[in-house]
Write a protein of this length. Structure first.
Lengths: 360, 273
């Protein structure tokens, strides 16, 4: 089934620690030059999968095929893949230049060629002139740039990144995201990026793989996952979402009549075709607030429980009677003045901007 | 009010212990330089005559040589085999770690007398002629746990992610060890080796059982003491002590060095520079 065409193919990989399956029948095709993120909470199996590809873990079942070659049983040092680790793993007894040259030296690249390639790699991560420094003379962000250069200088078929930014401060993390995107564009290499940070995943990837409990929940471009999550887990984990229990009473011509918190609304049916219990996924930023009932579209009435200024907008928590959870709402700050605490508001959205998921 | 009350009694005990600990050593060193044959006060003047006498004795130089050979062989063998053993110990699966550690470190608790007798019985049993070789083997058995104690601690504290990184960059297990593991731990391993040398150099009890007809420095001191007591004994003891203390200092310096470079590598600068 197209296994021959994918750059990296993970075929039915299962890995068990004792009786716990860290990876449960995971299959994934990764294209050449793609930046794909494996996204999920800690312990979901994403790092295990990365280590299976790197060769540190031999999976209990399944195969890893790289450029048509089965590498499942190939030891890490004979795989044309390189990894950037979560913490800095620069060799403390070597300077930056020697660290980056490590792989080239082992591969037997002649000295002059080695020097040229290391200089090139330093330029790629914008650390020209840092060659003679030691790892203890570098900041956290610089350490990870060197780690990136040390991996990329070997021109790996796949670059694996295991939460490389998670140890950094937010400000540096945002800068590094820009850098990673640029490096990916300039090298055209295949990146497999593990993260638990959905914002990072959405910002960086061509495709996102959402993991939960050792299984792939959903695979797709960030926009698609954001707009059309296939499960409440994916909806909650990628972007913020209100996931509300509803009852579908009728489906007709792409629209569904649902009961939500005692009132009946008409919303876009999406992929749901049958009546019965369902989840309504409502992104906080598609919701509009108004003081009076609007002319059309679904509407609910609630009370403002919390409001926070976010610079570009306001973030609200609205209590809607008969809903268990407070409704999360993000609005633009255009008007300038937020609704006050305790004031009664009408919550509306466009019928097509929410989605329904079957609830079992 | 003072946080702690110092009792004059505690101070007295401390001083008393220190005097008992160091006074004999000082006396030995001092009288090795004595210009007369007297081993007790009054001290009449400095001279190197006992040193000349001792170093011109063929018996002494032979014993010194033997001690150096045995300690040299013991420490080199310990360095190689001990490092391999320590490396293996860090890779024992967790559930076997405790039993293996007990087996490896149990000899530390075995009295030298017992070790000496059992080795002697063993060597006689397998008809292995007693010589400096048997002494070196016995010393290896004796110093290995001490070496492992230091070497394992050094290897244990290495970040396994560094070795994974090296493997990931194409290094075979041997290259990982040579290019990444060893460069980080060699000061500590050399420190442990000096320790092994020092332990072997002044070992007496076990040596006594397994040496046969040869002599080492501690053996020589012991046999001289049985004949006469003159300042040459002090000279030999001083030489022995100087070598041993010197090696402990070397071991200490290497250990501190290894510690310092390790600690430095763990602290990246906090902000972008």
């Amino acid at each position: 089934m197209g296994n021959g065409t994918a750059h990296l193919s993970i075929a039915a990989v299962t890995h068990r620690y004792g009786s716990v399956a860290a990876l449960d029948d995971v299959s994934l095709q990764i294209e050449d030059g793609e930046l794909i993120t494996l996204l999920g909470p800690s312990g979901c199996g994403k790092t295990t999968l990365l280590r299976v590809v790197a060769g540190f873990i031999r999976p209990s079942e399944g195969r890893v095929v790289l450029q048509g070659r089965d590498i499942t049983r190939v030891p890490p040092h004979r795989r044309p893949v390189n990894m950037v680790f979560q913490r800095s793993t620069l060799f403390p007894h070597l300077d930056v230049f020697q660290n980056i040259a490590f792989g080239l030296r082992i591969a037997g690249v002649p000295r002059e060629e080695r020097t040229r390639q290391v200089e090139e790699a330093l330029a790629l991560v914008r650390l020209e002139g840092y060659g003679p420094r030691r790892s203890h003379e570098l900041s956290g962000g610089q350490l990870q740039r060197v780690a990136l250069a040390r991996a990329l200088v070997n021109r790996p078929s796949v670059l694996l990144l295991d939460e490389p930014l998670s140890a950094l401060d937010l400000k540096i993390r945002l800068e590094m995201e820009v850098e990673l995107r640029r490096v990916h564009r300039e090298t055209g290499a295949t990146f497999v990026y593990v993260t638990h940070d959905q914002r990072e995943a959405l910002a960086l990837s061509d495709r996102v793989v959402v993991f939960d409990q050792g299984r792939i929940e959903q695979v797709g471009p960030p926009g698609e996952i954001y707009r059309a999550p296939v499960s409440p887990f994916a909806a909650r984990f990628v972007g913020d979402a209100n996931v509300l229990p509803v009852q579908i009473n009728a489906v007709n011509a792409g629209e569904a009549r649902v009961t939500l918190g005692g009132s009946e609304l008409v919303v876009g049916a999406g992929a749901v075709e049958t009546v019965g219990p369902a989840w309504l996924v409502l992104r906080p930023e598609v919701i509009r607030l108004s003081a009076r009932p609007g002319t059309n579209g679904p509407a609910l009435t609630g009370t403002v429980q919390d409001v926070a200024f976010r610079g570009a907008g306001f973030s609200y928590r609205i209590e809607v009677p008969a809903l268990e959870e407070l409704l999360k709402v993000e609005t633009a700050a255009e008007g300038g003045i937020p609704y006050e605490l305790g004031s009664e508001v009408v919550v509306t959205w466009d019928r097509g901007s929410c989605s329904l998921l079957p609830r079992t | 009010m003072e946080a702690r009350q110092r009792s004059p009694f505690t101070l007295a005990i401390t001083l008393f212990s220190l005097v008992f600990l160091f006074a004999p050593l000082v006396v030995v060193v001092l009288f090795s330089f004595h210009n007369t044959g007297s081993l007790s006060f009054p001290f009449t003047g400095f001279s190197l005559r006992w040193y000349r006498e001792v170093f011109s004795s063929a018996e002494f130089t032979r014993a010194l040589e033997n001690s150096a050979i045995v300690a040299g062989v013991t420490s080199v063998v310990t360095l190689v085999l001990g490092t391999a053993a320590a490396w293996g110990l860090t890779r024992v699966p967790p559930k076997f770690r405790a039993p293996v550690a007990v087996l490896v470190f149990l000899p530390l608790t075995i009295p030298g007398l017992f070790l000496g007798i059992s080795l002697l019985v063993f060597f006689v049993r397998i008809e292995f002629t007693l010589s400096l070789a048997t002494v070196a083997i016995a010393h290896f058995v004796y110093v290995l746990p001490y070496f492992l104690l230091v070497a394992r601690a050094a290897l244990d504290r290495l970040d396994p992610a560094l070795e994974e990184s090296a493997a990931d960059l194409g290094a075979s297990p041997w290259l990982v060890f040579r290019r990444v593991t060893l460069p980080q731990v060699w000061p500590l391993l050399l420190g442990a080796t000096s320790l092994a040398f020092a332990l072997s150099f002044d070992e007496f009890i076990i040596t006594f059982f397994v040496i046969g007809t040869e002599s080492t420095l501690p053996m020589f001191i012991w046999s001289s003491l049985r004949r006469t007591v003159d300042p040459s004994i002090n000279v030999i003891s001083t030489v022995l002590m100087a070598v041993t203390i010197g090696l402990w200092v070397v071991a200490f310096v290497f250990t501190v060095r290894g510690e310092r470079s390790r600690r430095r590598s763990l602290e990246p600068l906090p902000t972008e520079g």
